[in-house]
Design a protein around this ligand. Structure first.
Ligand SMILES: Cc1cc2nc3c(=O)[nH]c(=O)nc-3n(C[C@H](O)[C@H](O)[C@H](O)COP(=O)(O)O)c2cc1C
Length: 253
C-alpha cells in the first residue's frame, strides 16, 4: 500500500471522480485530489511516486480541457495509472490518448482501465454505476497493480485505440437556462472553459467555447440548466438501447 497518491481528475458530473477514488483507496492510505476542471492557470505538479489520472470519455476522446492541463505536467519518470471512464457506449481512442499524453510528459504508465459510469447526458444508461460490483472489480485491479509494483515488473501497458485518433466532438450546442433560473451565477463560476456569463438579466453561453461537459447542469440547484429538448430527446433516442446493457470494466496491466 502506498502512503499517498494523487488523483488528477476531470469529473463534470462526479462519475469519474467516484471511480477514480475507489481505485485510489485500494492502493494508498491517503488521496490528494487535483481537480483538472478548475479554471486556474497553474497546475499542481505531482509529488508522489505513483499518480492516478482519471478522465471521462467524450466522443471517444479525452475532453480537450483535461488534455490541455495534463500536457502541462512533468512526469520525471514517475509511475502513473490511467482510468478512462465512459458511459457504456464505447471508449474508442480515449484510453490510448490518455496514455500517450502521459508518456509524452515523462510518466511511466504501469496500468490502465476503462471503467463504466452513469452516462452524464442520458442517466438511465449505466444508471448508478460504478456500483458495488464495479467497486469489487476495481479494488481487485488495485491489488494487482500493487502486486505488479512489489515485484518491480516494468512491462509497458498496451491499451486498445487507434492513432491518429478519431476527430474530437464539435457540436456547437450548449445547455440552456430555463425561466426558473434565478441567476445565482453558480453555473458561470464552475464552467471549466468559462463559456457562461451573466448579463443584466440573462445567462449567456458561448456555444463555440462550450464542451458540453454538463458541469453546469449538475450544479444547478434549481434544475434550471438543461440541454435544449431536441438535443436531449435525440440523445435519449440514440443511447436509449444501451440502458439494458451491462458493459464490464476492462483492466490492462
Ligand atoms: C459530451 C459528452 C460526450 C460523451 N461521449 C461518450 C462516449 O463517446 N462514449 C461513452 O460511452 N460515454 C460518453 N459520454 C458519457 C461519459 O463518458 C460518462 O457519463 C462519464 O462518466 C462522465 O463523467 P463524469 O460523471 O465524471 O462527468 C459522454 C458524455 C458527454 C457529456
Amino acid at each position: 500500500m502506498f502512503h499517498e497518491t494523487e488523483l488528477y481528475y476531470f469529473s463534470p458530473t462526479g462519475g469519474t471522480k467516484k471511480a477514480g477514488e475507489i481505485f485510489c483507496r485500494g492502493i494508498a492510505k491517503t488521496v490528494k485530489f487535483v481537480n483538472l476542471g478548475l479554471r486556474e492557470k497553474a497546475i499542481e505538479q505531482p509529488d508522489n511516486e505513483l499518480v492516478v489520472v482519471a478522465a471521462p470519455v467524450f466522443g471517444g476522446r479525452i475532453p480537450s480541457v483535461a488534455a490541455e492541463k495534463l500536457n502541462r505536467l512533468d512526469g520525471n519518470g514517475k509511475k502513473a495509472v490511467t482510468l478512462a471512464v465512459y458511459g457504456v457506449r464505447a471508449y474508442e481512442d480515449a484510453l490510448l490518448e490518455l496514455n500517450q499524453i502521459l508518456e509524452a510528459r515523462g510518466f511511466q504508465v504501469i496500468a490502465s482501465a476503462a471503467l463504466v459510469a452513469q452516462h452524464s447526458i442520458v442517466p438511465e444508461v449505466g444508471q448508478g454505476r460504478p456500483d458495488e460490483q464495479d467497486e469489487e472489480a476495481i479494488l481487485d485491479f488495485a491489488k494487482k497493480v500493487l502486486n505488479k509494483e512489489e515485484k518491480g515488473e516494468e512491462d509497458q501497458v498496451k491499451v486498445p485505440g487507434n492513432y491518429p485518433y478519431k476527430n474530437g466532438m464539435n457540436m456547437a450546442v450548449s445547455p440552456i437556462s430555463l425561466p426558473s433560473c434565478v441567476q445565482c451565477g453558480t453555473c458561470a463560476s464552475v464552467c471549466p472553459v468559462g463559456a457562461i456569463r451573466l448579463e443584466s438579466d440573462a445567462v449567456v453561453t458561448d456555444v463555440q467555447a462550450c464542451i458540453l461537459c454538463m458541469t453546469c447542469t449538475a450544479v444547478c440547484k434549481k434544475r434550471a440548466r438543461v440541454l435544449p429538448s431536441p438535443l436531449q430527446e435525440g440523445m435519449n433516442q440514440k443511447l436509449g438501447a444501451l440502458k439494458d446493457i451491462r458493459r464490464e470494466n476492462e483492466f490492462f496491466l
